[in-house]
Design a protein around this ligand. Structure first.
Ligand SMILES: C=CC1=C(C)c2cc3[nH]c(cc4nc(cc5[nH]c(cc1n2)c(C)c5CCC(=O)O)C(CCC(=O)O)=C4C)c(C)c3C=C
Ligand code: FES
Ligand SMILES: [Fe+2]
Length: 332
């Protein structure tokens, strides 16, 4: 809540820590209820390991491959990961955002953190660097979601299956970020359309937004309110899809499974509500990660024009400095 690349609050120095402290007991309880912590590191490491194994097979000319995990707020932090990369004397680094859809609050904040790590150091140009910043409509990502949805739809009785509303739910953004021109809402929309194209538009569907934090206005419709609205319209069967998360963590295991599929379903009088699993270690998803990286390496891609384009209303100087720096880094 103090990361100004992620969220901008009035009197953030005070309000940020205040909101974080106030949330801590309830958030701790939620992590307790999903097994005492987030499984996100376990999943990310497994995805990295499986991706590298696949890469060694399909791209032997760039082998051996090794993954590093760089988190933004908990260990392994970005600084530690980069120190490890340098200590390992690697030749080639691909900075691969694990958010399929780019937001300045998420991927952007992480790229800015990489820039900050090197800001007062010489350009690390003994290593060849490049960036994969977004991949919202990669065909295997789309197929992973479509396959998981098709499987989960089978858990609904046949007579109602085609009427089940597919609720694609993504983490929301503050409205201020949306109006600044953050690309995330449209990229999430692109993933949704890709998945529905793959499924032949067989079911009714909606894109909704979850996990609002703090006092500022956020992008809606909110997932819980949308479900409640449909129940009021007499529509009662739902399949939730975590469309902007690549693995399980508090937002899927607690918010979607406990707060929506269990508590909200009962509260609003919905009938069946299931949740599609996140991509996790789905074979098609691992194929997606490996395909994205191998094509990137084969085509000698370094940095995209879209990455270098700031939001039209960006006022964050760090975005400017960071993008200038990455342009230099990725042409060295
Ligand atoms: C996938 C996209 C995500 C966006 C966009 C996003 C925006 C965003 N998040 C916060 C504040 C918090 N996020 C928290 C957890 C969390 N957020 C994402 C992803 C996105 N966040 C994930 C995958 C997770 C779960 C991590 C895990 O459990 O391992 C939290 C902590 C939990 C909580 O307090 O509820 C906070 C806080 C803001 C302000 C924001 C704004 C753009
Ligand atoms: S906020 Fe989007 S580029 Fe700065
Ligand atoms: Fe978040």
């Amino acid at each position: 809540m103090t990361d100004t690349d992620m969220i901008q609050l009035p009197i953030q120095k005070f309000l940020g820590p205040f909101i974080a402290k106030k949330r801590t007991p309830s958030v701790q309880k939620k992590y307790e209820e999903i097994g005492g912590g987030s499984p996100i590191l376990k999943w990310t490491n497994l995805q990295g390991k499986l991706m590298c194994k696949k890469l060694d097979e399909i791209s032997p000319e760039t082998a051996p491959h090794k993954h590093y995990v760089a988190f933004r707020y908990v260990n392994p932090l970005t600084d530690e990961a980069l120190q490890q990369v340098e200590a390992d004397n690697v030749e080639r680094v691909v900075l691969f955002s694990q958010y399929p859809q780019y937001s300045c609050a998420t991927s952007g904040s992480s790229f800015n953190a990489i820039f900050s790590h090197f800001q007062n150091k010489p350009l690390p140009s003994s290593i060849k660097w490049s960036i994969i910043d977004r991949w919202s409509i990669h065909p295997f990502l789309i197929k992973t979601f479509a396959d998981n949805i098709a499987k989960k739809l089978k858990e609904f009785p046949e007579n109602i299956r085609s009427k089940v509303i597919i609720v694609f739910s993504a983490h929301s953004l503050p409205i201020k970020a949306v109006n600044r021109g953050d690309p995330y809402p449209s990229e999430v929309g692109a993933t949704v359309q890709g998945v529905m194209t793959e499924l032949g538009y067989r079911n009714p569907f909606i894109l909704t937004w979850q996990s609002k934090v703090g006092p500022v206005p956020w992008l809606g419709p909110f997932t819980d309110e949308a479900i409640e609205g449909y129940v009021k319209q007499g529509l009662k069967n739902f399949l939730l899809v975590p469309i902007a998360f690549v693995n399980e963590h508090i937002e899927t295991l607690h918010e979607m499974d406990i707060e929506y599929c269990h508590d909200l379903r009962k509260k609003v009088g919905a009938e069946l509500m299931h949740r599609v699993e996140a991509p996790n270690d789905h074979t098609l998803f691992i194929d997606a990660l490996a395909d994205i990286v191998s094509r990137h390496l084969r085509n000698n891609e370094r940095i995209t024009p879209k990455f270098l384009l700031r939001c039209p209303h960006c006022t964050n100087n760090k975005c400017y400095d960071s993008k200038q720096w990455f342009q230099k880094l990725c042409s060295a």
